[in-house]
Design a binder for this molecule. Structure first.
Ligand code: SF4
Length: 507
C-alpha cells in the first residue's frame, strides 16, 4: 500500500506562528483537485489518500500521518505560493526526519522560480501542471524512488484533462464559514500584466476542461452540501465556452450560487452578465487595480480603461450580481495623495465590495525580475510576499505608510451605512446565508481596525507551532535559515510557443 498525504501548507505570520484559523474563508482549490486525481490503486497497489488544508487545522494531529509511518508514504505539498514555500520546506524536512520516504513540493512557487539550490536534498519539486506529473510521481513513489524534479521540459499541457472534482467530506467543508468549493472550468489569461503570476502559472493560452466535467463537479458539489462554488478561473469572461456552461446550468436548474473573476472588458459583455445573474452568480471579482490610465499602461495592463469601471457596477446591479473591485496600492508612481484620490473615485463608483492589496513583486513575475535587477527589493523573507506587507523600496511611500493607507482604505470603504445598504440591496437567501453580504464586509472592517489583512485566511486565529520549532530541521536538511530570493524560471520552448499563439484585444 502507498499512503498519500496531500497538504496545502499555511504560512508563517509576522509573529513566526503558523497561520491557523478555527474557520477559514476560502478553501484551497488544489487540494480537492489533486485528491480527485489520485486513483484508489495503481498496478494493483492500493493507495490511501488524506487531504489537508493546513490553514484550518487547529491542532497538530495531522502531523501524526508523517511520524513513523507503517507503510510507504508520499507527502505532497500542493498549491505552494512563495509566501508558503518555507513552510512547505519545513513540513517536508519534518516528514523526512520522521521516516517519510517521499516528499514533493508543487504549485506556483516551484513552477515559476528556480529551486536548484534546494534540489537533491531528499525533497522533490513538481514544476509543471499536476495533470502532467502526478501519476508519474505516484508510480515512482510505489517503485521506491522519486526523481529530483518533475516536469522540467514543459510547464503546461496543450489540452486540459482535468478530473471531476470529488467534494471534501462534510466535516472538512464545515471548517469554513460557508461550505465552499473551488472549480476551474478553464485556465490561463491572454493578458500581460507585469505583476501577475497567473500567466506564469497557467500561461496566456486559455485552455478549458470539457463542460460535462464542470457540470458533473457542480452536481457532486451540490449533492455533498456545498453552498457556494468559486469558479477560480482567470478570467471567466475570456473562457470561450462560458456561455454554454451557464446555459446548461440554467437548463438543469442547478441553482448553486457561484463566484466568478472577470477582467474589466466584462463592461462590454452585457449578455454574459445577464446569463451570469440567471445562472446564480452571486459575486463578480474584477481586478480594477488603479484608476490612472498611465499607471495601468506602465503595469502592462492596457486592457483596463477606468472610464468603463462604472459600467461594470451598473451591469452587476442590473442583473443582481455583487460587484467586487480589487485594488492595488503602491504602484511605483503612486503617492499618498494619489492613493487618496483613487479611494475617492472608488467611493464614487460605489461597488458593493472592495479589496485592497499592497503591490508585491511576486517571485516568478516580470515585475519581480525588473525590481530585483533594479536593486529595489528589500525584503529577504519569502513569508512576507503575501500582498499585505511592503517588500520593496517605494520611491514615494515609506514602509509604514503603505500598510496605514491599506487599512485606512478598508475602514473608509466599509462604513456602517455602506455595509447596511449593500446587504439590503444584494441579499439573496440562497447564497450561503448572510456571510457574503454582511459577514464579509463587517469582518473586513473589523480586521482593518486590528491592522490584519481581511484576506489573510480566516477568523479566530489559533497558535500551535512556529518557525522556531522547525529551525534546526531546516538547517540540517537544506543548510540554510532563510531561502534566498530566487531567480525566476525561464519558459521552455514548448511553453513559450503556446504563449505565442495568443491573440488579444486591449481596446
Ligand atoms: S488580467 Fe488578471 S489574470 Fe490576466 S494577466 Fe492581468 S492580472 Fe493576470
Amino acid at each position: 500500500m502507498l499512503c498519500v498525504v496531500i497538504i496545502k501548507p499555511s504560512k508563517y505570520g509576522m509573529t513566526g506562528y503558523v497561520e491557523r484559523f478555527h474557520r477559514g474563508f476560502m478553501p484551497n482549490s488544489t487540494v480537492p483537485y489533486i485528491r480527485s486525481m489520485t486513483p484508489a490503486s495503481i498496478d494493483g497497489v492500493p493507495i490511501e489518500t488524506y487531504a489537508i488544508d493546513e490553514y484550518v487545522q487547529t491542532d497538530l494531529k495531522y502531523l501524526d500521518l508523517l511520524r513513523n509511518p507503517g507503510s510507504p508514504t508520499l507527502l505532497a505539498l500542493v498549491g505552494v505560493q512563495s509566501h508558503q514555500f518555507q513552510r512547505s520546506l519545513d513540513l517536508a524536512a519534518f516528514a523526512r526526519a520522521n521516516g517519510v520516504e517521499h516528499c514533493v513540493i508543487g504549485g506556483p512557487h516551484p513552477m515559476t522560480c528556480d529551486t536548484t539550490v534546494l534540489q537533491n536534498r531528499g525533497v522533490s519539486f513538481a514544476v509543471a501542471e499536476a495533470e502532467m506529473v502526478w501519476l508519474p510521481i505516484l508510480r515512482d513513489a510505489i517503485r521506491g524512488e522519486l526523481q529530483p524534479v518533475y516536469g522540467r521540459e514543459q510547464r503546461w499541457a496543450q489540452e486540459l484533462q482535468a478530473p471531476v472534482v470529488i467534494p471534501p467530506s462534510k466535516r472538512d467543508l464545515r471548517r469554513y464559514f460557508v461550505r465552499m468549493l473551488g472549480i476551474y472550468p478553464a485556465r490561463g489569461c491572454p493578458f500581460t500584466c507585469n505583476f501577475c503570476s497567473v500567466i506564469k502559472i497557467a500561461g496566456r493560452q486559455i485552455r478549458s476542461q470539457a463542460i460535462e466535467t464542470t457540470m458533473e463537479s457542480l452536481r457532486l458539489a451540490k449533492k455533498a452540501g456545498v453552498r457556494l462554488v468559486m469558479f477560480t478561473s482567470d478570467n471567466f469572461n475570456k473562457y470561450s465556452e462560458a456561455k454554454h456552461l451557464l446555459e446548461q446550468m440554467i437548463a438543469e436548474k442547478l441553482r448553486i450560487p457561484f463566484f466568478v473573476q472577470c477582467d474589466t472588458q466584462i463592461a462590454r459583455q452585457e449578455e454574459l452578465v445577464s446569463l451570469l445573474g440567471r445562472a446564480g452568480c452571486f459575486e463578480m471579482f474584477v481586478g480594477v487595480e488603479s484608476f490612472r490610465r498611465q499607471t495601468l499602461l506602465a503595469a502592462h495592463k492596457a486592457q483596463n480603461h477606468p472610464s468603463t469601471y462604472g459600467e461594470i457596477v451598473e451591469l452587476c446591479r442590473k442583473y443582481g450580481v455583487v460587484s467586487h473591485f480589487s485594488n492595488i496600492l503602491g504602484f511605483p508612481d503612486d503617492t499618498a495623495p494619489s492613493v487618496r484620490e483613487h479611494f475617492d473615485v472608488l467611493r464614487g463608483l460605489n461597488p458593493d465590495i472592495a479589496s485592497f492589496y499592497i503591490l508585491t513583486p511576486i517571485p516568478g513575475t516580470d515585475q519581480y525580475d525588473d525590481f530585483l535587477a533594479a536593486g529595489w527589493i528589500t525584503e529577504p523573507n519569502l513569508d512576507r510576499y503575501d500582498g499585505s506587507t511592503p517588500t520593496w523600496k517605494h520611491p514615494n511611500l515609506g514602509p509604514e505608510e503603505l500598510p496605514e493607507l491599506l487599512y485606512r482604505c478598508y475602514r473608509r470603504f466599509f462604513t456602517v451605512p455602506h455595509i447596511i445598504a449593500t446587504a439590503m440591496r444584494t441579499f439573496r437567501p440562497t447564497s450561503g446565508g448572510l456571510l457574503p453580504y454582511f459577514g464579509h464586509p463587517v469582518f473586513s472592517r473589523f480586521s482593518a481596525w486590528r491592522k490584519v489583512h481581511p484576506m489573510s485566511g480566516g477568523m479566530f486565529r489559533v497558535r500551535c507551532d512556529s518557525a522556531a520549532d522547525y529551525r534546526e530541521l531546516r538547517r540540517s536538511r537544506y543548510g540554510l535559515d532563510l531561502v534566498p530570493l530566487p531567480k525566476s524560471l525561464v519558459l521552455s520552448q514548448a511553453d513559450a510557443e503556446l504563449n505565442r499563439k495568443v491573440k488579444i484585444a486591449t481596446g
